[in-house]
Design a binder for this molecule. Structure first.
Ligand code: OKS
Ligand code: ZN
Length: 342
């Protein structure tokens, strides 16, 4: 399997987040992608390619133009006010307030985000643009006939809505990839999100559409981030009714219960008979993950990869979360190896 990777992710570094009521160094750090790249290389899983530039048009097929402009301009606006430290939102609109984009950057940061998990530094937008190019190059490979590809995206994407960043995610790489498959003439796309966290952005983007099935296995929203989406009764709306499936699981879930949910989700995908599968691959389901509460172990990822392979569909893996840096490479490589060996 070919991997697509860009070192431009390093531009998104030295940033912070609000965690446990404190401003701390971001868990979503450059070492994550480097550990994965090293494991893919070390395990001989296949060549590592640089992404091709695709421009912002494919991003604008999923994201709102004012939001993409905000992402591209935010650092310049923030530093124009004389600030040389990372930009982090800290206030948001409540239901009933006005959704009018403010002129000033502090207001814009709140308007275009839903938490304090999305910091912007000088190189963030370049890394964000490179990350979505990685995903789109993965689409090129699979649409061009490769049976599978791995888009080693950083920053991740599945929390990003059409016009809102959050949870370390700015551009929804998996959603842009799914839309790019559709725009290349692929009739039916399934997105299988196995990250520990619910992919609220991905669900929201495709919620009223039948051409993209979205399945999510994740920490239960009564206990876990992003809290306000991801319940089982969210099954799609309008033309998309029946084309969204959530499998929320309680804190402490181990591989037995998790893999039962994967089996149900895979059967849902099989019933949909997609032409391509996009996997939002997070390995924050791992037992030692510092911000997560499931109990999967490293060998379990071999079985996850093998089950996804048994869907027997062209498959694009898109990297999402995973913060146990010392194990992230092994867990991702195990998933890809399990897939390749099936
Ligand atoms: C604020 C941000 C918390 C985001 C956690 C979720 C990130 C993730 N401290 N999503 O898949 O891994
Ligand atoms: Zn996650």
């Amino acid at each position: 399997m070919k991997t697509v990777f860009s070192p431009r992710h390093h531009g998104h570094s030295g940033h912070v987040e609000l965690n446990n009521g404190r401003v701390v160094p971001a868990f979503e750090k450059p070492e994550r992608a480097e550990m994965i790249r090293a494991a893919v290389e070390g395990r001989g899983l296949g060549p590592i390619l640089a992404p091709a530039a695709h421009g912002l048009d494919p991003v604008l097929r999923v994201h709102e133009a004012d939001y993409v402009s905000f992402l591209s301009e935010a650092w310049a606006l923030w530093t124009a006010d004389g600030r040389d430290f990372p930009a982090l939102p800290s206030f948001w609109k409540a239901p009933g307030m006005r959704a009018i984009e403010p002129e000033t950057i502090d207001g814009k940061l709140g308007h275009f985000s839903f938490d304090a998990g999305c910091c912007l530094v000088a190189g963030s937008f370049d890394a964000i643009a490179a990350s979505v190019d990685v995903a789109l190059t993965g689409v090129d490979l699979v649409a061009g006939g490769e049976p599978s590809a791995f888009a080693l995206c950083r920053p991740p994407g599945h929390h990003a809505h059409a016009g809102t960043m959050g949870g370390y995610c700015y551009v929804n790489n998996a959603a842009v990839a799914a839309q790019a498959f559709r725009d290349r003439g692929t009739p039916r796309v399934a997105i299988l999100d196995v990250d520990y966290h619910h992919g609220n952005g991905t669900q929201s983007i495709f919620y009223e559409r039948a051409d993209v099935l979205v399945c999510n296995i994740h920490g239960h929203p009564t206990q876990e981030y992003p809290y306000f989406l991801g319940y089982e009764d969210e099954t799609g709306a309008g033309a998309g009714e029946g084309f969204n499936a959530n499998f929320p699981l309680r804190w402490g879930t181990g591989f037995e219960a998790w893999s039962a949910a994967l089996e149900t989700a895979c059967r849902r995908v099989e019933a949909y008979a997609p032409d391509v599968v996009v996997v939002s691959l997070g390995v924050d389901t791992y037992k030692e993950d510092p911000i997560s509460q499931f109990r999967l172990d490293s060998p379990d990822y071999l079985k996850i990869g093998a089950r996804i392979a048994r869907l027997r569909k062209p498959t694009l893996f898109v990297m999402e979360g995973g913060y146990a840096v010392e194990a992230i490479g092994v867990n991702v490589a195990n998933t890809l190896e399990g897939f390749a060996g099936e």
